[in-house]
Design a binder for this molecule. Structure first.
Ligand code: ADP
Length: 259
């Protein structure tokens, strides 16, 4: 974490947009995109200028999550310009470049080339670029660590064993590539029934925290499985923009990432 802090405050001669914080997971569907959007908003609320690259090339969801779906980025001199969002975080996503609902069937080198265009866009004076990675450890992740050199990565997992095994693998991938693991987030951690108020743990509880402890990486926090998170996310209203309990949970994670 201290390396992240140094990189975020040191040497302004280095293009500021190079301060990339990646968000990765072993599995899909664990909440990586949801966390990326809310982490970006959280960091913005802490006073940083933040941009978001949706590198989940095969399943881009940031235009929906940050409510700038259907807008096209401008391009000048073969450079892309990020698409503003109503939440103050500009976004670039493959979702802005292809027709909605069209499948993207690319081989690794094309996907990696597209990632380069998104990262090397005109990000202006942003302090931090949050980079929502595709799940796993494939070509896009390799290009990202080799070419774009993130200052750190946040790993998201549900507390379920199957997800944790893959999260541990993803973490090892980043450690081997000398990308510091900023910490782990446990998402979908506990569910309170809106009808009877009883709490249950559909995916277990505490598993990611235990793995973070075993792997000696910081644990950044739990996010509950919560209907309002799903509904607000689908509606392009990131909970982190509010002071709801859900918003505060994301904000607490952003504080630890920025610390
Ligand atoms: P990933 O990027 O890992 O594939 P997403 O962020 O797209 O995962 O999340 C998958 C689905 O789960 C989405 O429909 C999202 O709204 C929902 N989701 C994610 N986190 C939560 C949560 N904490 N509570 C409720 N729904 C969630």
């Amino acid at each position: 974490v201290s390396e992240v802090r140094v990189a975020m405050t040191a040497d302004r001669a280095v293009p500021r947009a190079r301060r990339i914080i990646a968000v990765g997971s072993g599995k899909g569907g664990v909440g990586k995109s949801t966390l990326s959007a809310n982490l970006a908003i959280g960091l913005l609320r802490l006073g940083l200028k933040v941009g978001l690259v949706d590198a989940d090339i095969y399943g881009p969801s940031q235009p929906r999550l940050l409510a700038n779906e259907g807008k096209k980025p401008e391009a000048h001199d073969s450079k892309l310009f990020p698409v503003p969002s109503p939440w103050g975080v500009p976004v670039l996503s493959m979702g802005h470049l292809v027709e909605p609902g069209r499948a993207i069937a690319w081989r690794g080198p094309m996907a990696s080339g597209a990632l380069g265009q998104l990262v090397d866009a005109e990000w202006g004076d942003v302090d931090v670029l949050v980079l929502d990675l595709p799940p796993g450890t494939g070509d896009v992740q390799l290009t990202m660590v080799q070419k774009h050199k993130p200052v750190g990565v946040v790993i998201v997992s549900t507390p379920q064993d199957l997800a944790l095994i893959d999260a541990t693998r993803a973490m090892n991938f980043f450690e081997q590539a000398h990308v510091p693991v900023i910490g782990m987030v446990e998402n979908m951690s506990g569910y309170v029934c809106p009808h009877c108020g009883e709490s249950s743990d559909p995916f277990g509880h505490g598993g990611a925290e235990a793995v973070a402890h075993a792997e000696e990486v910081p644990f950044l926090g739990h996010i509950p499985l919560d209907l309002s998170i799903r509904q607000d996310s689908d509606a392009g209203k990131p909970p982190a923009a509010t002071d709801s309990p859900q918003g505060k949970a994301f904000l607490a994670i952003a504080r630890k990432v920025a610390a």
